[in-house]
Unconditional design. Sequence first.
Length: 229
Amino acid sequence: MEITLNFASEPYQQVQRFLLRWRLILSVTAILCLALLYGSVTTCLSWHTTRKQVIGLKKQIEQQDRIKANAEAFLNRPESRRTRLTADLLNAAFARKAFSWTEVFADLEPIMPPKLHVTSIHPEFTADGRLELHLTVAASVRDAGVDLVRKLEQSSHFAQAQIIDEKQQNEHSSAEIFQYSITAVYIPGFVRGKTVAEKVDLAGTANTPPGEMAANQSAMQGEQPSVRH
């Protein structure tokens, strides 16, 4: 039988294992602190860069607002009234020339879903002078209207398409039981090839200003045919 005796004044401790554990803990903590410090510095630098960009954009907006205000003040002068009226008449003429029923139908035909047809369509100028098409379509399946909106958004001929209203008719009254009211900004042919924002802006500038919208709209619409697919 063996008996181990410890005659030391202090009890025996495994100091090396204790120090190894603490070194490991301190190393992991230091790595985490460095990672947090790096993330904080990177976020701070990114925030400063973004702030500079925002300030630069605000200055550009303010500059454009000043240019717009100066232009409006110049056009509102009595001596500039004749020039403004001439510009309004030219814009109205450009708007009537830019719109073509043949072109609209040719642009709609390739993207119309097979189980959907247009029952009515009419153009309307928005308050900012953009040409907006209002379509009423009927379908025998519910997803056809959503499919049409998706295709309008993907097309280079239209922008900002959305469903305004959806109605379900009596199933026994007609085979086409779903009716949708859809609006979309129409993009004239000379505007295509731009980004969505550029297309919508150019479509607005190509059309008549708000002061001439009502006269142009009534002269342009006339009889509104329907497209059937």
